[in-house]
Design a protein around this ligand. Sequence first.
Ligand code: ATP
Length: 323
Amino acid sequence: IKCIGVLTSGGDAPGMNAAIRAVTRSAIYNGFAVKGIMRGYKGLVFNEIVEFKSQSVSNIIQLGGTILKTARCQEFTTPEGRKAAHDNMAEAGIDALVVIGGDGSLTGAEIFAQEYNVPIVGLPGTIDNDLGGTDSTIGYDTALNTIMEAVDKLRDTASSHERLFFVEVMGHTAGYLALNSAIATGSEAAIIPEMETEVDQLAELINHGFRKSKNSAIVIVAENPKTGGATALAQRVKKEFPQYDARVTILGHIQRGGSPTAVDRILASRMGEAAIEAILDGQRNVMIGIRNGQIVYVPFAKAVKHNKGIDRGALDLVKILSI
Ligand code: ATP
């Protein structure tokens, strides 16, 4: 292997730039050439590939978003699209890829690697923390902190007006952001997709959790297209418990932005370097993960199965601490 291509794909996440920097510099340090592929798989399919030097990644560790840009690429999901991608890759002299992205991006990587026997190493880049085999993903800590700051502000107005606030956060069918931001903000409850009994959760909150002595309550709700998320819940509360002044705040895309936290910069730097180590080590078709502080290799098939499960203890913690 002489030349490594790096790309970011799917939803952007803070810390992707720190990862691009670490991949680029570790590769160059180890004698590889590096090429940056623009706009995820689109750049492979449509041949937007640029030479990367050490200076190409100067001064980006602190930046949110991704300097390589990101995109969803329909063409890459077809055999013709992937053939074009492989032809362009070969022409550019790229013989291994580092793909930074979420489960969709790693699914695409797995299919591409099987079809063309290309060595690919993945890095978990998503705020949702919804990848298997890793305790955390790049961007998750920053998003948690962004949610925490926003909810702290909402708490001021919630308590001044004695209101019940439903705050909808991202998570893409996973409840990590909702659950852990609920702990970090001292929220009264977290409604997460892993717990299917949303009705029961809400009734319990209203009947037990929302004590008379509390003058405000904040409920963090994970986005959930199946149930309608915070908006649908608030509507039900208004109907069934009209005595509460229920409001909804949907945090939206601000959760994906901002300068990465120290935790995410360090995670991205370690994982980026580990991706190059993995290639040197002859590993292929694995995602770099972190378990109990140690770098691990996670086969793509395991990584894209989000089955880490929700920590019951964390759910109980929200309940215990909100009495
Ligand atoms: P996030 O979790 O932040 O949404 P993601 O990586 O899951 O990020 P997706 O939009 O699901 O984002 O996937 C990114 C890209 O990966 C797609 O636009 C497509 O090009 C490629 N991809 C996804 N699934 C497949 C697949 N089954 N086959 C080939 N390519 C795929």
